[in-house]
Design a protein around this ligand. Structure first.
Ligand SMILES: [Zn+2]
Length: 301
């Protein structure tokens, strides 16, 4: 009996191990956990899940969607857009933070649903065309439906639709084409500068002597200086956990009339939180770089 139990446990672990290898980690539940959609500021709406962000810009000439989450999140994103009284079919432009499965996985499906044009950086356009395969860090482990990019962005390019303009800032490192977006958004005569951070994380990345990405360290260093230079009122990012989505959304709900004042601003206004995130990310990166440089693993000979 005991031996049978032991064998069952071993087989289960083996099965889990194989599953974990095919998909490097079991996705955290908050990646797919539904979240009530809401207006963040002006014409910008939150339509993602509890952690994988999707942002909708509504304009008189059609809408813009930034990120879709996982392939299986697309029905949720579509339902969230409908709940707000809009239609996914009105999306004309698709944008992406970076070409990993948890942010770009649904782009193919949304493109087919809408006929929207997909804009992306040169490096991440290649990764999207490969459906996430041959990633410098993940290899072929996290594929998703490949998607063709219609317009290759250049660094600093503005994407405009119906009076809304988003600017692409290349912030490579997490992927080679990681793109941080900024937009000026107004509400009740007040202008808000929004920053949508791509990602500065380096999950298990080889920073020293990385043959698949020789420029990784200088790219991250440049990215931190770009992020430090961006003016930010409203701090947003590709994962809700980066900027405290849960707490800020709950706070916003308490003020349905949106009577924002200097003393009681929109909770998404968080310039200090943004500066703190960038500083903490950079410190973590530098510590990991020192660790890898000091370890045998990082030495060149
Ligand atoms: Zn990623």
């Amino acid at each position: 009996m005991r031996r049978h139990l032991f064998r069952w446990v071993v087989l289960t672990f083996l099965a889990l191990g194989i599953a974990a290898w095919a998909q490097p980690a079991v996705n955290p539940p908050e990646w797919t956990r539904p979240m009530e959609p809401f207006r963040i500021v002006g014409n910008l709406y939150y339509v993602g899940t509890a952690d994988l962000t999707s942002y909708l810009f509504v304009t008189p000439n059609g809408n813009i969607l930034l990120d879709t989450g996982l392939p299986e999140n697309v029905p949720q994103v579509e339902a969230n857009i409908a709940k707000l009284g809009f239609s996914i079919k009105k999306i004309k432009i698709l944008l992406n933070s970076h070409a990993h499965y948890d942010h770009a996985g649904g782009l193919n499906a949304v493109k087919q649903l809408t006929g929207a044009k997909l804009y992306a950086s040169p490096a991440d356009a290649q990764l999207m065309a490969r459906g996430g395969k041959q990633d410098f860090a993940y290899g072929d482990r996290v594929p998703y439906p490949p998607v063709k990019v219609d317009h290759i962005l250049h660094d600093g390019e503005q994407v405009k639709l119906g009076g809304t303009a988003l600017t692409a800032h290349f912030t490579p490192g997490h992927t080679k084409g990681c793109t941080t977006w900024t937009a000026d958004i107004s509400e009740q005569g007040k202008l808000y500068r929004a920053v949508f951070v791509c990602s500065t994380s380096f999950p298990g990345y080889k920073l020293v002597n990385n043959a698949a990405y020789p420029g990784i360290v200088s790219d991250y260093e440049r990215t931190f200086s770009v992020l430090r230079s961006l003016p930010c009122d409203i701090f947003l990012a590709s994962h809700g956990s980066f900027f405290g989505l849960d707490q800020k959304a709950a706070e916003l709900k308490k003020n349905p009339k949106r009577n924002f004042t200097q003393a009681d601003p929109n909770p998404f206004v968080d310039p200090a939180g943004y500066r703190d995130y960038v500083a903490r990310s950079q410190a973590a990166f530098e510590a990991e770089l020192r660790r890898q440089r000091a370890s045998k693993f990082g030495k060149s000979n």
